[in-house]
Write a protein that binds this ligand. Structure first.
Ligand code: FAD
Length: 396
């Protein structure tokens, strides 16, 4: 193609542009970003930026000069509003001709019904700076949702001495992603740090921006309330069509296993917005993690540039909470049983140093570690080739 238009100037969009150049593509690249900021990285927004350990400038992925060096033309502060046959339309009326389009518009923080203004969510740099400012003058925090982002914010707030309550609707935090055994460890990190963790808590309604009412009538009040209940793919702008063709946007933008948008030749999608065909599951799945966006950008860039695909990657997710790194390698959701590989946590002892192995039958499909980076690294190759249980246990 002569002109690739990348829509969405976050991690997936920037990496796609970089990887196109890396794969030898020397045609035109345009990068469209709805936010006015230079492209930035999100993980520090619930960690170092939130606590003030990092200034906001430190999260920039690539500024305009660095993009110009890559010969990437930028359109920042203006959203794309449609993908037409051979062109991308921007909100200011600009039409960018395009032979190839990559959609990398990410996701938006989900909100709850009746959520009032003044209740925080956390997705963007502006969200992070607003939450940081609110926490500075606060004595208490209420978090709705005990996922990674909620837990990271709870961790930072406990470090600053705030009283923290976390509401979680499920009986175990992170149960869907990590299973009940490992999810229980995530919950213990919260309670052992002095967080008031309410499991199975049903939020009935918001009374105002500082007070919620639970099913049963109990009211909880905090200086700051954060809703951390996941993210929804950013797709409304597309209107369900590209170049006049209907798209499947029911669970993210449906793509094949190379990121080609189903039913829309010349259009690809990467990152949090995209639901790629997953051969391991025989179904499409959408993944909201950093390494996934980077890996998908490499696949798509090479597909567009006509280069050989990169070697298959092993999924990797991390979270920094309560002074330790949680790491997940591989595909816990494919497992039907979990075994201790290292440490005492699964038997009720110290969480730190625990490594759990996820098995499908006797085949290792994933590993989760808590403050055990050195050990976790040893299992990566075993996960990659789906090693059998005796070999995995011998590596412990
Ligand atoms: P994004 O980074 O969201 O980028 C999408 C961009 O597209 C945005 O800038 C958006 O403004 C723009 N856009 C949207 N619509 C349009 C439009 N119509 N036109 C133009 N531009 C548009 N993952 C981990 O693995 N570990 C972590 O510790 C971790 N921490 C996180 C902490 C926070 C607070 C958040 C929010 C996420 C975290 N993640 C983490 C997830 C990770 O950051 C995401 O998976 C990653 O950012 C996905 O990249 P993306 O390019 O798909 O989306």
């Amino acid at each position: 193609p002569e002109h690739v238009v990348v829509i969405g100037a976050g991690l997936g969009g920037v990496r796609t542009a970089e990887q196109l150049r890396g794969a030898g593509y020397d045609g035109e690249i345009s990068l469209v970003g709805a936010e006015p900021h230079a492209p930035y990285d999100r993980p520090p927004l619930s960690k170092q930026v939130l606590t003030g350990a990092w200034p906001a400038e430190k999260v920039v992925l690539r500024d305009e000069d660095a993009l110009a060096e890559l010969k990437v033309r930028t359109h920042f502060g203006v959203a794309a509003v449609g993908v037409h046959d051979g062109a991308v339309e921007l909100a200011d009326g600009t039409l960018l001709n395009a032979d190839a389009v990559v959609i990398a518009t990410g996701a938006r923080a989900r909100t709850l019904p009746g959520q009032p203004d003044g209740v925080h969510t956390l997705r963007t740099l502006d969200d992070s700076l607003a939450l940081q400012a609110a926490l500075k003058d606060a004595r208490s925090l209420l978090v709705v949702g005990a996922g990674f982002i909620g837990a990271e914010v709870a961790s930072g707030a406990r470090d600053q001495g705030l009283d923290v309550t976390v509401l979680e609707a499920l009986p175990v935090p992170c149960e869907r992603a990590l299973g009940p055994e490992v999810g229980t460890l995530c919950g213990r990190l919260l309670t052992e740090a002095g967080v008031d963790l309410r499991l199975g808590a049903r939020l009935e309604r918001f009374v105002d921006a500082h007070t919620v009412e639970l099913a049963g009538g109990e009211r909880l009040t905090a200086d700051v309330v954060l809703v951390g209940v996941g993210a929804a793919p950013m797709l409304d702008w597309l209107g369900g069509t590209a170049a006049g063709r209907e798209l499947d946007v029911s669970a993210g933008l449906a793509c094949d296993e190379r990121g080609r948008v189903v039913g829309a030749p010349g259009v690809w999608a990467v990152g949090d917005v995209a639901a790629w065909e997953d051969p391991a599951r025989g179904a499409r799945s959408r993944c909201e993690h950093w390494t996934n966006a980077v890996d998908q950008a490499a696949v798509v860039a090479r597909d567009i540039a006509g280069a050989a695909p990169p070697p298959p990657s092993v999924p990797y997710v991390w979270s920094d909470q309560f002074g330790m790194k949680i790491q997940v390698i591989g595909r816990p959701e494919l497992a039907d049983n979990v075994a201790v590989l290292q440490g005492e946590g699964l038997a009720g002892g110290a969480v730190r140093g625990t490594v759990a192995g996820y098995f499908a039958g006797d085949r290792l499909v994933g590993v989760a570690g808590f403050g055990a980076a050195r050990h976790v690294a040893r299992y990566r190759a075993l996960v990659a080739r789906g090693a059998e249980r005796p070999e995995v246990l011998a590596a412990a």
